[in-house]
Each structure stands twice: as C-alpha cells, then as structure tokens.
Design a protein. Structure first.
Length: 158
C-alpha cells in the first residue's frame, strides 16, 4: 500500500552484470520522513536528535531529494544502491551517459576519508567502469576535498 501511494520507494541493487542487477535486493526508503517519524513515535526535533533512526531518516530525505531533482531533467539518471558480499556499500549510484556517480550520505558535520570506504571499494570492484568523483553528502559547513577522488558536499545545497 505504501508503494502504491508513493510513500515508499526502492533503489534497485547495482551489479556490473545486467542479469544480476535484476535479481539483487532493493533498498527501501520512506518518501515522507515525517510519516516515518510518526510511525516510530518520534514526536519532536529534540526527540529525533538522539534517536537510532536519525541517520537512516537523513539518508532517506537526501535520497528523496536527489530523485526529485533527477526527475526535473530531460533524461533522468538511473538510481541504484550497491552492497558487496563483504559488507561495503554505497548509498546512491547515479548512472547517466555511461558514467557512474557514487554518493555516500553521512550524518556527520566533518566527514573524512573513512566515510569514502564504500566508494573506494566500489572503484576497486569495478575498475573497468567510468566512475566520477565521489560525493559525501552531509550536514557539513562547506564543499571540500576529503580524499584524492572524493568531496564533501553540504546537504542543503543539493
């Protein structure tokens, strides 16, 4: 019912092999984080501050905005998530014109190199792909380089 009313969306799993891509497990998100908070009985911003789901709710809100903005262009990108068997993951992969754009979403004011481990693992797993510079979207203060291939981007400018 949540899917039919556009309250729930899923990102398909990315695999370099198109056949495997069809069988990968999707990752689900609430489109309305206010509804998600209500269902979890989070009644105020103060209660959200220390709640264990805060990071997941932040991730869902950012991914929802990325998808909305992607739909506003004439040829929106394909949107995926990626998780390796070893546990490495990338929250969002945008695929457009043969280029993969890896994005991590972290609820950290000062993201660092350790926050790009999933992106580095993705690059190592698919060395033959054309992979753009990675982004770590977070509540940071400014756009800045955090590794040789990755940047931190404040969430409120996406």
């Amino acid at each position: 019912m949540l899917k039919a009313t556009y309250q729930w969306f899923e990102l398909p799993s990315y695999h370099g092999n198109t056949v495997k891509r069809l069988s990968g497990k999707p990752k689900g998100h609430f489109a309305d984080t206010g509804l998600a908070c209500n269902l979890q009985m989070i009644s105020s911003p103060e209660a959200l501050g220390g709640h264990p789901l805060t990071g997941a709710l932040f991730e869902s809100a950012v991914i929802s905005e990325i998808i909305k903005q992607g739909c506003s262009i004439s040829m929106p990108p394909h949107v995926y998530h990626w998780r390796s068997h070893g546990g490495a993951e990338v929250d969002v992969l945008l695929e457009r014109n043969g280029v993969i754009f890896p994005i991590e979403i972290k609820l950290s004011r000062h993201p660092g190199r350790t926050d790009t481990r999933g992106i580095s693992a993705f690059r190592a797993t698919y060395p033959h792909l054309k992979i753009a510079l990675g982004l770590v979207i977070s509540p940071s203060e400014k756009f800045e380089r955090i590794s040789e291939n990755d940047y931190s981007l404040p969430w409120d400018i996406i």
